[in-house]
Design a protein around this ligand. Structure first.
Ligand code: C2E
Ligand code: MG
Ligand code: MG
Ligand code: MG
Length: 278
């Protein structure tokens, strides 16, 4: 097939690939520097109770302000952190940062019992042999309120070895960590994972929520996911809620909580504290 397309196609393909590789290497260098020079920040997006409007938790999201290029989306740089292995170091920094924030909110009396801060854990980070020990050490160095740390994982975490994944999750649970299944519905095996993994929360991906007001099919999917999560005894969180009309439907379906621009994007720690005080 490649032969039929001829030499030009192959050369085009090669330069394209080469471009990608060199871009990736450039970004990798920039990310290494970012880590040394403290260019990363953790922002927090409140999770809101669908019925009462109260803050019931938050998700920590990584932010990078590049000195020349400005803000770069995590969607663009997280994959490079993953492929370069830098995610391990950044992930460790991030967990410490999240624990420090939890400790600080607790001391200020801003963090009620049962409230959870969620941190995204990438597959490479999760599968590292020393991950559980690393988390245990961080929790020792930076004590947090009981059961206040949640880890958002995706299917990518499970892909290699189900038994090993469950084993790691159970060990983390004994440290007080709970789990959310992130981007639910976007992968291939979401439903079978629900059956096997010790996850307490299900996060409906933004792509399903976006058009629920206009799209009957999306409405059916979201309602079904909410119902299934509830029947399995899980908490269900909707992502990317931007309009009142979307929220009204979620309330109608019995969804527990949501995140979205309707209430707030992810914001710096001081701004997030204003939500906790309210
Ligand atoms: P995610 O975990 O599914 O995070 C939700 C994304 O949706 C975030 O984008 C958030 O800012 C965005 N969002 C929240 N509410 C709304 C809304 O109402 N409308 C719209 N249009 N977007 C909304 P962000 O921060 O760009 O992160 C993108 C992805 O990057 C995350 O998806 C997550 O997979 C990854 N990521 C972000 N921070 C971290 C991190 O600290 N560690 C790891 N491993 N991955 C991270
Ligand atoms: Mg997430
Ligand atoms: Mg998500
Ligand atoms: Mg998502």
């Amino acid at each position: 097939q490649v032969k039929e397309r001829g030499r030009d196609a192959i050369e085009f393909f090669n330069t394209d690939m080469a471009d990608k590789v060199s871009q990736q290497l450039l970004m990798e260098g920039d990310l290494r520097r970012a880590l040394q020079e403290d260019q990363f920040e953790l922002y927090y997006q409140p999770k809101i109770d669908c019925k009462t409007g109260a803050v019931v938790g938050a998700e920590a999201l990584l932010r990078w302000l590049h000195p020349e290029k400005g803000r770069i989306s995590p969607a663009d740089f997280i994959p490079v952190l993953e492929s370069s292995g830098l995610i391990v170091e950044v992930g460790e920094w991030l967990l410490k940062e999240a624990c420090k924030a939890l400790g600080r909110w607790y001391k200020k009396g801003l963090w009620p019992a049962n409230m959870k801060l969620s941190v995204n854990i990438s597959p490479r980070q999760f599968r590292r042999k020393t991950f559980v020990e690393d988390v245990s050490r961080i929790l020792h160095e930076h004590p947090i309120p009981d059961a206040s740390l949640d880890m958002e994982i995706t299917e990518g975490v499970v892909i290699q070895n189900m038994e090993e994944t469950i084993n790691t999750m159970v060990r983390l649970e004994s440290l007080g960590v709970s789990f959310s299944l992130d981007d639910f519905g976007t992968g291939y095996s979401s439903i079978s994972y629900l059956k096997s993994l010790p996850v307490s929360t299900l996060k409906i991906d933004r792509s399903f929520v976006r058009d629920i007001v206009e799209d009957q099919n999306d409405r059916v999917l979201v309602e079904t996911i909410v119902t299934m999560g509830c029947l399995l005894g899980m908490d269900v969180v909707a992502e990317g809620v931007e309009e009142e009309a979307q929220l009204r439907l979620l309330v109608q379906y019995g969804c527990h909580s949501y995140q979205g621009f309707l209430t707030s994007p992810a914001v710096p720690i001081e701004e997030f504290e204003a939500f906790l005080i309210k």
